[in-house]
Design a binder for this molecule. Structure first.
Ligand code: PLP
Ligand SMILES: N[C@@H](CCOP(=O)(O)O)C(=O)O
Length: 462
């Protein structure tokens, strides 16, 4: 199995090489050269398996020779051992045709743990084998950062620097990033928004002297391994509702497009997904684009679902690559135009995107109203990101096809918004009960590449 860049100018890599590389050297994102297929019989055979065994069967064809089967099985077992639910990703029924896929039973209470716990194990195994160390730098609007820190804290051959937008993450998210005491963890509060953090991260990857000097690695969903791990729960949930014998649809609260792109891969592998619905908050650039209005950046408005306050949605590049018939030059051209503000999507590419994705948006008032209504009607307290999904899913459902909305975070990560909407204060799980008492350790830093690079170089191995 080979991985190629969406911009067509970077070397082809194996799975473990692509994982340790992160962003391709031409600025593109790695994708598999071709998507392995699962037959209806292979999909049906997932029914009743443990999450771990299903994960092995779904991901194995993408791994190639990078990890031996026994090694990969053991890695998966370790990755999910700390989850607080035996099913790992249980389904809850909201009403006769609408289900929530609970993805927040991992250590940091968000769906990011599914991929991050796995790649923490994959990195450790690959780095130990190669005798290497890496400097992980991540950009976060709140959840990726805490999940990455949890997965890599205390590891000897890794430093992890997380850039988050100062004042634009919830207090729980911030404390999850600033309270770990391990010296290889570095939380950086950047004076900017998430897009600034992600742009500086990409600048670091595109500065080859810095990149090679610190042996830079990335754990955002620019890393293909992140996307792959998220493909699994599309299979397990669809199978538990009758796939491959009946179709299901998914609605996915979307920001950086990683989670929904994992659903797109599941569909390409053969999972009978009827519709994949992109649900955005008021920062609705993806919804506007999928509605035919082009992809044009605007100001980012802070919202009650802060993890989705994003304008430059990284993984959309992967979808564009397919929509433009895998023409790397065309994608590179669009990404250049994006730097200057935005781009129009060609008619052919638009048709391809529309064939794969539907979309909708939720305003702030609609998000809060959905939290309240879901509690009243289904006795489920949901986080604001999930509420964006539930609202859009309710508009897009069709009779006879079950709709699964991805519940991407635990409501306790966003207590202020949840309490405002429902008058219920969602408590943290007991293991995190002292989060507000732990001392914080964070560096406030300018949105400036040189300042960030100097800080990182000065704190590796500190
Ligand atoms: C809670 C939550 N929901 C939804 C999203 C959006 O996911 P993605 O960026 O993969 O589109 C994020 C951030 O990524 C998140 O943290
Ligand atoms: N919402 C994310 C933003 C980064 O997304 P990623 O999936 O590319 O890591 C966050 O919580 O940080």
């Amino acid at each position: 199995m080979k991985y190629i860049s969406t911009r067509g100018q970077a070397p082809e890599l194996t799975f473990d090489e692509a994982m340790l590389t992160g962003l391709a050297r031409d600025g593109g994102l790695y994708v598999p050269e071709s998507v392995p297929q699962m037959s209806a019989a292979e999909i049906a055979a997932l029914e009743g398996l443990s999450y771990e065994e299903a994960a092995f069967r779904v991901m194995r064809p993408f791994i190639g020779e990078s990890f031996a089967d026994d090694e990969f099985r053991a890695i998966i077992e370790r990755a999910y051992a700390g989850f607080g639910h035996a099913a790992r990703a249980p389904l809850k029924q909201l009403d006769s045709g609408h289900f929530l896929l609970e993805l927040f039973h991992g250590p940091t209470l968000a769906f990011k743990d599914f991929a991050m716990q796995l790649i923490g194990q994959l990195f450790q195994t690959a780095l130990a084998r190669r005798g290497e160390r890496v400097t992980i730098v991540g950009a976060t609007s709140g959840d990726t950062g805490s999940a990455a820190i949890e997965a890599f804290r205390g590891l000897k051959n890794v430093d992890v620097f997380i850039l988050y937008p100062h004042g634009r993450v919830s207090e729980v998210q911030r404390r999850q990033m600033t309270t770990p005491s391990e010296s290889n963890v570095h939380a950086l509060a950047v004076d900017g928004d998430f897009d600034d953090c992600q742009a500086r991260l990409k600048d670091m990857f595109n500065d080859f002297d810095f990149r090679d000097g610190v042996r830079l690695a990335g754990v955002n969903s620019i890393n293909w391994a992140r996307v792959l791990a998220q493909v699994v729960y599309y299979f397990t949930s669809a199978v538990s509702l009758g796939a491959p014998h009946r179709k299901v649809s998914f609605t996915v609260p979307t920001g950086n497009f990683g989670d929904i792109f994992a659903g797109y891969i599941a569909k390409k592998m053969g999972l009978p997904i009827d519709r994949l619905v992109v649900a955005t908050n008021q920062n609705d650039i993806l919804h506007r684009c999928l509605s035919g209005q082009g992809y044009h950046k605007g100001p980012t408005h802070p919202s009650v679902s802060p993890s989705m306050d994003i304008q430059v949605s990284s993984n959309f590049e992967r979808a564009l690559f397919d929509a433009y018939n895998r023409d790397g030059r065309a994608v590179a051209q669009l990404m250049d135009e994006l730097k200057a503000g935005g781009f129009e999507v060609s008619q052919g590419a638009m048709e391809a995107l529309r064939e794969s994705f539907d979309s909708g948006r939720a305003s702030e008032a609609e998000t809060l109203a959905t939290i309240k209504a879901t509690l009243a009607q289904s006795a489920e307290l949901i986080c604001p990101h999930t509420a964006v999904g539930v609202k859009v899913a309710d508009e897009q459902r069709v009779a006879g096809v079950p709709m699964i909305t991805l519940a991407t975070a635990h409501p306790a990560k966003f207590p202020a918004a949840v309490e405002e909407a429902s008058s219920v204060h969602p408590p943290l799980p007991p293991r995190m009960a002292d989060l507000y008492d732990r001392p914080e350790r964070v560096t406030r830093i300018a949105n400036d590449l040189a300042a960030l690079q100097d800080h990182i170089k000065g704190h590796i191995g500190a």
